[in-house]
Design a protein around this ligand. Structure first.
Ligand SMILES: [Zn+2]
Length: 289
């Protein structure tokens, strides 16, 4: 596996409570067989304990003693021999600039996979006046997710986004990770954060990576204690069950994960350190970082 920094840019983090200004790289690339996975950093900052569900004072004092932990908002580009796949769109703040850094125009995105329909994942799907930001992309999302936000919950921003892409949509039925066999790109069932939340498994030439969407929001505590959920989870108990299942799956098989809220470089390796308890090692950066 080869890792390299593609660029380093000055980044300003404008989120309330996450405001800081520092030099931060915004694009990071890793190879998975024939695939090239590019981190597209939207925002990096600090989270706090107010969003945690099921975290005891002991867990917090052990894992995040000062009450804050690093987090981020990421999207990922997957360059494949058959075209370019964008997985989530962040808020859409730095997305086009980051894609340009990766050498890709919006017109060159062939597939747009949405892990789930929260605003920090679909924000970059549209441009002004309802026109889609990726005119040649097929929108791929789970049938359950579409049903929930468009038909049941009637979330305005998702309805507008879905409407913009509606003549080029693929609604998928995700699979259990154990049932994804052979090489390819698989949509993995990962419910709980939202009803139709999915992860994306890449497998090529003996290499694998799981782009796990919002499997975690607070890595520092949710990796050692996967039973801790967050207030953003539609079903916190189901989110915890999914987290335990998927962390066991990837650690048993040494599959690196990449996540939409994992701090830079947004990807790394999970190791089992006890019963339903794991550690995370970020992917190594070139020396000097
Ligand atoms: Zn999210």
């Amino acid at each position: 596996m080869i890792t390299k920094i593609k660029t380093m840019l000055l980044a300003v983090m404008p989120l309330a409570g996450m405001a800081q200004e520092k030099a931060a790289p915004e694009v990071f690339t890793d190879k998975v067989g024939v695939y090239e996975v590019v981190l597209l950093l939207e925002n990096q900052g600090q989270g706090n304990t107010s969003i945690l569900i099921g975290a005891t004072p002991e867990m917090i004092s052990q894992t995040i003693p000062n009450g804050n932990y690093p987090n981020a908002v990421n999207a990922f580009l997957v360059k494949t021999p058959k075209g370019n796949i964008l997985i989530d769109t962040g808020f859409g703040r730095n997305l086009k600039k980051n894609l340009a850094e990766a050498g890709i125009t919006p017109e060159q995105i062939n597939t747009l996979i949405i892990t789930h329909a929260h605003g920090d994942h679909i924000g970059g799907m549209l441009t002004a006046e309802g026109q889609r930001a990726f005119p040649n992309a097929q929108l791929v999302m789970s049938n359950t997710e579409k049903d929930y936000w468009v038909d049941t919950k009637q979330q305005e921003s998702m309805i507008r986004a879905y409407d913009a892409y509606k003549n080029n949509v693929q609604l998928i039925q995700p699979v259990e990770p154990e049932n994804a066999t052979g090489d390819g790109i698989f949509h993995i069932d990962a419910p709980g954060h939202t009803p139709g939340h999915i992860a994306v498994l890449l497998r090529s030439k003996g290499e694998q990576m799981l782009i796990c969407g919002d499997l975690t929001h607070a890595m520092a505590i949710q990796i050692p204690y996967p039973q801790v959920s967050v207030t953003y989870d539609t079903d916190p108990a189901l989110a915890a069950k999914t987290r335990k299942h998927i962390l066991k799956f990837v650690s048993d098989r040494n599959i690196p994960i990449a996540g939409m809220h994992i701090a830079y470089p947004g990807m790394g390796n999970v190791e089992e350190i006890g019963t339903e308890s794991y550690s995370f090692t970020p992917m190594s950066l070139p020396s000097g970082r």
